[in-house]
Design a protein around this ligand. Structure first.
Ligand code: 5AD
Ligand code: SF4
Length: 425
């Protein structure tokens, strides 16, 4: 989502004459787009600001000016605090106000004193953004934002605000524009992407069907989903729509019913397994990935064993797993039975080792298979292209340059540590 937002910020600033620079050095403006989801990400902001302060001073010494902006969820959560700790910052803006960047930049350029805009404005920013510019053959498309789920560990409902669905017509117009610029794969984005709903009672399944019928878009993905919002029509879409990739990120966070309940996830282990079974019935080639949190308050060895068992049972092929990080203002941060760091780390290492085994086994099982691959970048060697399989594995193949940006059928011949090798099928 932050990658998408950063690209849109660049689009908003382009009419003012700003273009992306390769490095922060000597730039006229630096926008730090930030994440507040875990403490580590949030703390990085301040160390990064320390580095940028030096570049800003060097620019001033040379008679220039570097406008420094902090955007995103850290800005939303810690607005005033940022200005207090880093008074050299010119602009602080939340994730819902970046359509107002031109005014903020004008104000910062004019005045002394910082500009702070962390409102949740009534007008959705999407109504004010210029047409998205594609880079390459795969693009993100934000369809939904915000979250009303209030998992007890998570800051997102506070930083991104309430669930909001973009109107279908705006999404379809953006998809058409992207396809016209050579985009062949679209990843629909939302904090609760499958909570998306259109004005006419459409759900995400219907939106995906419509996108598939537009022509031009050959592959569709969506992320991140919540198990509670995966309705029948979306599951059916996995059976009926060839453009919908058979790879689903469906975070479960924990395999223990006790912990799922303390997390306020709104589903238990059995609900999740039932969903997986229905999805696999709809699309037998489906592979799943998930997020896990280790060391949530009160997590015992037995709870963690339930998580490991669930990882095996579902056969996840990919994971993003994290140590529990207490976040200010969230209920879990105040729970009494916090787990020691060493235990969190040990459990994280275990779940990641298991997942690495499962990822490797899955990659090996791909050898000999024919796969459709979107060739989306040149390889390191001349005459080589790199693409993505339906399961997001990087695939290397010898292929002519004119195939860049197209979907081709390849046969997988070998597995390397972080990629697959292939020949034309
Ligand atoms: N600590 C650790 N991980 C977290 N996530 C969200 N909040 C926290 C937290 N406080 C993880 C969840 C979520 C992913 C985006 O980040 O696993 O799915
Ligand atoms: Fe955070 Fe996702 Fe839970 Fe929403 S559903 S509170 S974004 S983890």
């Amino acid at each position: 989502m932050n990658v998408y937002d950063s690209a849109r910020m660049a689009d908003v600033l382009a009419p003012l004459g700003y273009a992306s620079a390769d490095s922060a050095e000597d730039a006229d403006m630096v926008i730090l787009n930030t994440c507040h989801i875990r403490e580590k990400a949030a703390e990085k902001v301040f160390s990064e600001l320390g580095r940028l302060k030096k570049l800003q001073a060097a620019k001033a010494l040379a008679g220039g000016r570097m406008i420094l902006a902090v955007a995103g969820c850290v800005a939303q959560a810690e607005g005033e605090e940022i200005l207090r700790r880093a008074p050299f910052v010119d602009i602080v803006l939340g994730p819902q106000t970046y359509h107002r960047l031109p005014e903020m930049v004008a104000q910062a350029a004019r005045a002394g004193g910082a500009v702070l805009d962390t409102e949740f404005p009534a007008e959705p920013k999407f109504d004010f953004l210029p047409e998205a510019r594609a880079e390459g053959s795969s693009a993100f498309l934000s369809v939904q934002e915000g979250c009303d789920k209030f998992c007890t560990f998570c800051v997102v409902p506070y930083t991104r605000g309430a669930e909001y669905s973009r109107p279908a017509a705006a999404i379809l117009a953006e998809a058409r524009a992207l396809a016209g610029q050579g985009v062949r794969e679209v990843t629909l984005l939302g904090q609760n992407v499958n909570g998306w709903h259109g004005e006419e009672g459409w759900g995400l399944g219907r939106l995906i069907r419509t996108l598939a019928d537009l022509g031009g878009i050959e592959r569709i993905r969506y992320t991140t989903s919540h198990p509670r919002d995966l309705d029948d029509d979306l599951i059916a879409a996995h059976a009926d729509i060839p453009q919908l990739m058979p790879f689903l990120h469906l975070p479960v966070q924990s395999g223990s019913d006790r912990i799922l309940s303390a997390m306020n996830r709104g589903h238990d282990r059995a609900d999740y397994l039932r969903l997986v079974e229905r999805l696999k019935r709809a699309q037998p080639d489906l592979a799943l990935s998930s997020d896990f949190i280790t060391g949530f308050p009160g997590e015992t060895d037995a709870d963690f064993a339930d998580t490991m068992a669930l990882v095996r049972e579902v056969g996840f092929v990919q994971t993003y797993s994290f140590k529990y990080s207490p976040r200010p203002g969230t209920p879990a941060a105040l729970m009494p039975n916090q787990v020691p760091e060493t235990v969190k780390e040990e459990r994280l290492a275990q779940v990641q080792a298991l997942l690495l085994d499962q990822t490797t086994a899955f990659n090996r099982s791909c050898v000999g298979r024919e796969m459709r691959v979107l060739l989306d970048r040149p390889g390191r060697h001349p005459g080589q292209l790199v693409g993505r399989s339906p399961y997001m594995q990087p695939v290397h193949v010898k292929a002519a340059d004119h195939l860049l940006g197209t979907v081709v059928s390849l046969r997988i011949t070998a597995v390397h540590p972080n990629s697959l090798a292939a020949v034309p099928a």
